[in-house]
Design a protein around this ligand. Structure first.
Ligand code: MEV
Length: 334
């Protein structure tokens, strides 16, 4: 039996990093997707092929007996993504009480490990596809929960933001404090965005640890900064409800400044953020974990100019639109 599912990438509109400390965030699924295919094996091995991940494909094999990687590669990001597959299968197997050998193939239309939620997409896709392969249909809430557990196990600290949007799609308001709120917001107006991508040197988990260390060293400064980011998300939720793009743009600019003050932006991100504004974006900010990777610019009618400006400072631009489609079962071949 072969099961194929697809999962959207995401951009965090507001609130990354602060969401790890219970502050609200707004996140949007985008039209670029990652596909996970799983196929049963007669033994108990897990074989993972990662293709089209913006670097040459690699094939890795794990065995239960020797839990280390059998094939090592230079592609650190791929090996990173593969860690999520392995943990997702382990967590899903425990939950289902079933375990079988599996070939996993991952394909991505977006760069992996660039702040577009590909780790979460890998976790969600693997849990969902593996459960179907084991002839179990998990509710979406359970898939999101198991995928979040996977991220927590691999990264140490993680909010449910990326795994939720990968599961449900659309624009989500997330407040992961004592009483977790995940609300799918109506999309009142188009959000024409350009994403700028630059090579990323750090992993999200490194950046999350960096903010945690800063918060411990300067609690009286960093905690209010994180709370201010949370206030920005609340205001942005209202601005979105009214289709007020100018306010959304201004809030993006403030959010970027606060993230930069936390040390999670980078020269390449700042170059793209400021050149996008210079080219007419009404707002721009880094998106995701930072330390390189991706930024977003809200730029109705200025997509061409903003894309050119991003390219001039060395980034790779692509247009992004919000996608309502979350996790999708593409095919089940028996
Ligand atoms: C990463 O896309 C977003 C962060 O807030 C981490 C998380 O929420 O788990 C940096």
């Amino acid at each position: 039996m072969r099961v194929t599912v697809s999962v959207p990438g995401k951009v965090s509109l507001f609130g990354e990093h602060a969401v790890v400390y219970g502050e609200p965030a707004l996140v949007a699924a985008i039209g670029k997707r990652l596909t996970v295919s799983v196929e049963g094996r007669s033994d108990r091995l897990i074989k993972i092929s990662a293709m089209d991940l913006q670097v040459p494909g690699v094939v890795l094999t794990f065995s239960e007996e020797s839990p280390e990687l059998i094939v090592e590669t230079d592609y650190g990001k791929i090996v990173g993504a593969v860690g999520y597959v392995r943990k997702a299968i382990e967590i899903a197997s425990e939950c289902l009480g079933k375990r079988g050998g599996v070939n996993v193939t991952i394909r991505s239309e977006m760069p992996v490990g660039a702040g577009l939620g590909t780790s979460a997409a890998v976790a969600v896709g693997t849990v969902a596809a593996y459960a179907l392969l084991m002839e179990e249909e998990l509710p979406l809430g359970e898939i999101a929960r198991l995928a979040h557990q996977t991220e927590l196990a691999v990264q140490g600290l993680a909010s449910p933001m990326d795994t939720s949007v990968a599961t449900y799609g659309g624009v989500l308001y997330i407040r992961p404090s004592a009483q977790q709120t995940i609300e799918k917001l109506p999309i009142t107006c188009p959000l024409p965005m350009v994403v700028g991508y630059s090579e990323r040197e750090f992993r999200t988990s490194d950046l999350v640890k960096k903010v945690r260390a800063l918060r411990e060293a300067y609690p009286d400064i960093v905690s209010p900064t994180l709370q201010s980011i949370g206030r920005i998300s609340e205001r942005a939720k209202c601005a979105l409800a009214f289709g007020d793009l100018d306010s959304l743009g201004m809030l993006m600019n403030i959010n970027h400044g606060l993230l930069d003050s936390l040390g999670v932006s980078s020269k390449s991100l700042n170059d793209m953020v400021y050149s996008a504004r210079f080219a007419g974006a009404i707002g721009s900010k880094m998106t995701g974990g930072g330390g390189g990777g991706c930024m977003i610019a809200l730029c109705p009618d200025r997509e061409v100019e903003v894309s050119t400006a991003i390219r001039i400072v060395g980034g790779v631009p692509f247009r992004a639109t919000v996608s309502e489609q979350g996790l999708k079962v593409e095919s089940i071949d028996r």
